[in-house]
Design a protein around this ligand. Structure first.
Ligand code: KG4
Ligand code: ZN
Length: 352
């Protein structure tokens, strides 16, 4: 972590989807503490995130969460030098809750606010564990809302190499889980069921694997293939628990296989041999193991954030807030600005 004369203390706030999170980072000591309230139970019965409910829950939970985080770490608001918050991409109402609270609090304390790009925070999250990342690297960003391959030349400079043309990888897991009658969030549920599946009973196509010079992804056809298979098996009254597990395994294999194949191609195309996998789907054990194995053949290295920093958290938001502050990019006009579709290739322009 970069040292400055006076250490800086940044409060990070994350409310882009269904996790309400807060964190405090110090430029000298590193991450002091972070705290997450997951809304998963609230959204479970709907099989996915309900945006209106997510916003209301953030309103209820965010302030007490910050209060408790500061109190339990013997910190006070006067110890904070700036407040960093997720300004996009994400659900508009959920983002607004974080933005309003961060700007209101910063205004009242007379300190700057800093708007952060959620996906940039995901890709820099491994730095939370200590060492800086070696540049350049390729980032595979896989979450509930995004699937992107990004070339990172330096912090703040991101070039999109490929992205999903339809569903995100996490969305494919969540929709697949729903079809298999599993709980939300679907990724961990499908992965768990897949453990008791038998390989090669079913096989789903790896989407877009034959488009050689294209680094884009597509997962909606895969979901449809699963839907038709389940319908057919249901009609024949053959959808046993074992068959569900076999399907879960084939489905997980197809998603993971497609992510690994395109990452491998990105290494071939760019010649960059360092990869960071981040975002919620980066918590998938099969992806972690198989990616490591495949990339070793190219003498390429793969880095992951700790599992707790793969899924949404505010530690990564506070971390990027610290970098922005050190770059002199804090904001003192307290604009309540969010961009639900903010592109990562222009993180200095929230309206891009
Ligand atoms: O990054 P994240 O926490 O939130 C977004 O910004 O979307 O990612 C959430 C996504 C969900 O779709 C969830 O099903 C998926 O990450 N996920 C997983 C696993 N853990 C979370 N997918 C596959 N395997 C997992 N172990
Ligand atoms: Zn995320």
């Amino acid at each position: 972590m970069i040292q400055s004369k006076k250490t800086l203390t940044i409060l990070g706030i994350e409310t882009s989807c269904d996790e309400t999170a807060a964190a405090v980072i110090d430029s000298g000591k590193g991450l002091i503490a972070h705290s997450i309230f997951s809304q998963a139970t609230l959204h479970k019965k709907f099989g996915g995130v309900v945006p209106e409910l997510a916003s209301r829950e953030h309103i209820k939970k965010l302030l007490p969460l910050i209060d408790e985080l500061l109190y339990s770490n013997e910190l006070q608001l006067k110890d904070i030098d700036a407040i960093a918050y997720t300004a996009g991409p994400g659900l508009v109402g959920a983002l607004l809750v974080g933005s309003v609270l961060a700007n209101g609090l910063a205004f009242s304390l007379g300190i700057p606010s800093i708007s952060i790009h959620h996906m940039e925070a995901h890709l820099l999250a491994p730095i939370l564990e200590g060492d800086d990342l070696e540049m350049p690297f390729i980032a595979l960003l896989v979450s509930g809302g995004h699937t992107l391959l990004v070339e990172v030349q330096k912090k703040g400079s991101y070039k999109i190499l490929g992205q999903t043309l339809d569903d995100a990888a996490g969305e494919a897991f969540d929709k697949g889980a729903k079809l298999l009658d599993l709980d939300y969030p679907g990724g961990p549920a499908v992965a768990q069921l897949a453990k008791s599946g038998q390989r090669d009973v079913y096989k789903f196509p790896r989407p877009m694997i034959k488009t050689k010079n294209n680094l884009d992804f597509s997962f909606s056809g895969l979901k449809t293939a699963l839907m038709y298979k389940i319908r057919e098996l249901n009609k024949e009254q053959m959808l046993t628990n074992q068959i569900k597990a076999d399907l879960a395994l084939a489905y997980e294999d197809a998603i993971v296989g497609s992510l690994i194949h395109k990452t491998d191609r990105a290494i071939e195309v760019t010649g960059i041999k360092s990869v960071v996998v981040a975002g919620g789907v980066g918590a998938n054990q099969k992806l972690r193991e198989n990616m490591k194995f495949k990339l070793a053949k190219r003498e390429a290295q793969v880095t992951y954030p700790k599992i707790e920093f793969c899924t949404d958290n505010a530690a990564m938001i506070a971390l990027v807030g610290l970098f922005r502050y050190q770059q002199g990019m804090e904001n003192v006009d307290y604009q309540i600005e969010v961009n639900p579709r903010w592109s990562i290739d222009n993180i200095y322009q929230i309206n891009s």
